[in-house]
Design a protein around this ligand. Structure first.
Ligand code: UDP
Length: 454
């Protein structure tokens, strides 16, 4: 059985799809995993040896500099990549002498909904994979109602400020934080709104819509969108595999450093692959950690602060003062860090993968969303599951070092919250263990894929 999988070229999309690929490969399903050329080499060099997955790259038609123009990459992925994928399937199938070498199924990131048409053209079954919360799709499904009720205008701009909640166990969303609004760039705002509306229609004809989430995490969303099948958290069901496809080089000494710290003592901070802090906020955070007097492990990507002039500008003397207590790295093996017993809490931008990795390990979170679906995820963490606290307020303005320090103290002193985080960890563990709902869904899905060849 030969399946093609196509990822959206962002870290948070590639990682979970590659984890699904590894699970399928373990069930003797041959995988051709397609990346765009921009990320291909980085994904292959960090995962090539770990997995039996075969990697292929396709061009996105962009010059290197164009990829940094807001909206260009997304547009290319929506418009250029599908034709390349269609040609690739045709080529593989035309050159395959054996039936088993032909591509028999297309699994694609649901944000590239136009790949559904590619599967229809190639007359092969298709699977839309959602690497985010099911709540995100529910939001997309409800866009016509939001327009009808005058909550947003036809450009997606918020017209009302009352919070929106589609079901009691779903996130409470402020219209100004809807995924498309939070990107704060009108070109991308329009792109996302348009894609979400289109994708709803397109993926309706997919054979499966699967989601890296669990029934118990989002019961309301799965009731409102019963066609979405939760198979996650994939990382937990796939613990024996390494987290693959890292775009950046992982620091190799953090785990040893964590071994030397007391149990449940370390604050881990990471804002994923894209979120940034402006220079003043970055310095305030550094001071909050310094004054907090606790050990910390802080991921500061080289591009963590916008601007080219010495972006990782720490306060004067900061690095000397925190020596021995604080460790600053460029990129972590986050899944391993979060499962380390020395980690006490996670200061996070609330990307969905980071969220799943944290709740699967029972690690309480301090939530500092930046854009896109991160506000939805924050509401799940703070309002619905109640395993984290919100940092800052949504009105903007700088979060002071005092507030940062106090919030961390508050989080670590909240025993009931920590108790809930451990219960959620148990729940996640049971959903991916044999007999659990995600486990069963995943097995049904794998059986279906194995039968696609008939
Ligand atoms: N990640 C990592 N090392 C880091 C920071 C992040 O391996 O230092 C991984 C993290 O484990 C997660 C992914 O990068 O799987 C980030 O995805 P997420 O959805 O949390 O955020 P995004 O990067 O899409 O904003």
């Amino acid at each position: 059985m030969h399946v093609m999988m196509v990822a959206f070229p962002m870290q948070g999309h590639v990682t979970p799809l590659l984890e699904l690929a590894q699970v399928l490969a373990k069930h003797d399903i041959r995988i051709t995993f397609v990346n765009t050329e921009m990320i291909h080499d980085r994904v292959v060099s960090s995962s090539g040896e770990m997995t039996p997955v075969g990697f292929v790259s396709v061009a996105d038609g962009l010059e290197s500099w164009e990829r940094y123009v807001p909206g260009k990459l997304t547009e290319a992925v929506y418009t250029v990549v599908p034709a390349k994928i269609e040609a690739l399937i045709r080529e593989i199938n035309a050159n395959s002498n054996e039936e088993e070498d032909k591509i028999r199924c297309l699994v694609y990131d649901q944000s590239i909904g136009s790949l559904q048409q590619v599967a229809l053209n190639a007359a092969i079954p298709s699977v839309a994979f959602l690497p985010a919360a099911a709540a995100l799709l529910v939001l997309g499904i409800n866009i016509p109602d939001l327009l009808r009720d005058g909550i947003i205008d036809d450009q997606g701009n918020p017209l009302k400020s009352d919070p929106v909640q589609f079901a009691p166990t779903m996130p409470i969303m402020n219209p100004k934080d809807f995924v498309w609004c939070s990107v704060k760039n009108t070109t991308i705002q329009k792109q996302i709104l348009h894609a979400m509306r289109q994708n709803n229609k397109l993926i309706n004809s997919a054979d499966w819509v699967i989601c890296n989430s669990a029934q118990d995490l989002e019961p309301g969303a799965f009731t409102l969108a019963p066609h979405i099948v939760p198979v996650g958290p994939l990382l937990a069901s796939n613990r024996l595999a390494n987290s693959a496809g890292s775009f950046f080089k992982q620091d190799s000494d953090s785990l040893e450093w964590l071994d030397q710290q007391p149990s449940s003592s370390v604050i881990y901070l990471s804002f994923g692959s894209y979120a940034m802090l402006d220079k003043a906020q970055f310095q305030e955070l550094a001071l909050g950690l310094e004054h907090g007097n606790r050990p910390f492990l802080w991921v500061v990507r080289p591009d963590a602060v916008p601007g080219a002039d010495n972006p990782r500008k720490f306060p004067e003397g900061f690095l000397e003062r925190i020596t021995g207590r604080g460790r600053i790295i460029g990129w972590a093996n986050q899944q391993k860090v979060l499962s380390h017993p020395s980690v006490a809490c996670f200061v996070s931008h609330c990307g969905w993968n980071s969220t799943l990795e944290s709740v699967s390990n029972g690690v309480p979170m301090l939530c500092w969303p930046y854009y896109a679906d991160q506000f939805i995820n924050r509401s799940y963490i703070c309002d619905i599951w109640r395993v984290g606290l919100q940092l800052g307020n949504d009105g903007g303005g700088i979060v002071t070092f005092d507030e940062i320090k106090e919030k961390i103290d508050g989080l670590l002193g909240d025993d009931e919250l920590k108790e809930r985080a451990l219960k959620l960890k148990e729940m996640m563990g049971s959903s991916v263990r044999e007999g659990g709902s995600s486990y069963q869904n995943l097995m049904n899905f794998i059986t279906w894929i194995q039968e696609c060849k008939k």
